[in-house]
Design a protein around this ligand. Structure first.
Ligand code: GLN
Length: 280
C-alpha cells in the first residue's frame, strides 16, 4: 500500500489506539496536529504533509503514551470546559462535562447584583473561571490545598483574561477568612476506597482530587458541616457528588443546617449536583 506520509501514520496510529480509546482516529489526528502545530482541518485536507524525523519520533512517543492509557487531555495539555480552553497537567483533575451542570446551577442561583462566590478545591480553575467569565460583576475566590494546582488555575485565568477571580492556597474553608459568600460551589473528591479507577497503573489524575475516604464522603462531610457559617442569609451551597451519594449528601446538608435541599440530574439522568440554601 502506497499511502501518502501522514495518511499512513494516522492509519497505523489509529490501529494502535483501537484497544485503549473509544475515539482512536480522533485521538491520532489531535496528537498529530499538536506535534505539527497545525489545525485539524489542515490534516484532513492535506494528508501529504511530511513530518520531520523529530516530529515523527514525538508523534510515536505520544501514541505510545496514549496506547498505555494516558488521558488525551494530559497529552495535549488542554481540555475544553464551558466553551473555554483550559490548560491541564497531571497536577489537576481533567474537567468533566457533567461538572458543567454545577456551573449552570450556580448561574441560576446568582442574583443580578454584585456578590461573592467561593469555589473550594478549584483544581484547573474550571468552575471558578466559567462563573467569573459569565458574570463579570461577581467576585470569585478559588481555593485549593495544592499550590501546583493553583498555579495551573492562575495560568488559565491569565490566558482567558479573567480578572475577577482571586486564588488562595489552603484546605477547604481555611483560606476564606471571615468573609461571607452568596454562593459556595465545589466539586470535591468523592471517589471511595477500592474504586477500580484508583488502581495503580491506570491512575493518571491526582489521587487527592478523586479519593475521599472509605465511602467517598470525607470531603463532602467537612464542607457540609462548615459551609453555613460562610454563607449570607439565602446563600446557597452547590456540590457535585457521585450518583449513589444523593441520599447521603441530602443528609449531610440537613445536618449542616440547610433548610431547602434540591438534587439535580446530569445529562445521563443521574443524580449529580445537590444544592442547599441557608434560609435564616
Ligand atoms: N467525576 C469524577 C469521576 O467519577 C470524580 C471527580 C471527583 O471526585 N470530584 O471520575
Amino acid at each position: 500500500m502506497n499511502l501518502p506520509d501522514t495518511a499512513a501514520l494516522l492509519y497505523q496510529a489509529t490501529s494502535r489506539l483501537n484497544k485503549t480509546s473509544d475515539t482512536p482516529a480522533l485521538d491520532a489526528e489531535l496528537l498529530l496536529c499538536a506535534v505539527c502545530g497545525i489545525d485539524r482541518s489542515a490534516v484532513t485536507c492535506d494528508q501529504s504533509l511530511v513530518l520531520t524525523n523529530r516530529q515523527r519520533d514525538f508523534f510515536s512517543t505520544l501514541i505510545n503514551r496514549r496506547a498505555a492509557g494516558e488521558p488525551i487531555a494530559y497529552l495535549l495539555q488542554r481540555k475544553e470546559f464551558w466553551s473555554q480552553e483550559l490548560l491541564v497537567s497531571p497536577e489537576v483533575l481533567i474537567p468533566r462535562p457533567e461538572t458543567e451542570l454545577l456551573v449552570e446551577q450556580a448561574l441560576e442561583h446568582l442574583p443580578d447584583q454584585p456578590c461573592n462566590v467561593a469555589d473550594l478545591g478549584t483544581g484547573s480553575g474550571a468552575i471558578a473561571l466559567a462563573i467569573a467569565s459569565e458574570r463579570p460583576n461577581v467576585q470569585v475566590t478559588a481555593t485549593d490545598i495544592s499550590q501546583s494546582a493553583l498555579e495551573v488555575a492562575m495560568k488559565n485565568a491569565v490566558r482567558l483574561g479573567v480578572q475577577n477571580v482571586t486564588f488562595r492556597q489552603g484546605d477547604w474553608f481555611t483560606p476564606l477568612a471571615d468573609q461571607h459568600y452568596r454562593l459556595i460551589v465545589s466539586n470535591p473528591p468523592y471517589v471511595r476506597v477500592g474504586d477500580p479507577r484508583l488502581e495503580v497503573g491506570t491512575l493518571y489524575e491526582p489521587v487527592d482530587a478523586l479519593l475521599s475516604g472509605y465511602d467517598g464522603l470525607d470531603a463532602l462531610r467537612v464542607i457540609c458541616a462548615a459551609a453555613r457559617r460562610y454563607l449570607d442569609h439565602q446563600g446557597v451551597l452547590i456540590l457535585e457528588h457521585a450518583c449513589d451519594q444523593k441520599i447521603a449528601v441530602h443528609e449531610l446538608l440537613s445536618q449542616g443546617g440547610f433548610e431547602t435541599i434540591v438534587c439535580n440530574t446530569d445529562l445521563a439522568g443521574k443524580p449529580r449536583v445537590t444544592w442547599g440554601r441557608r434560609e435564616k
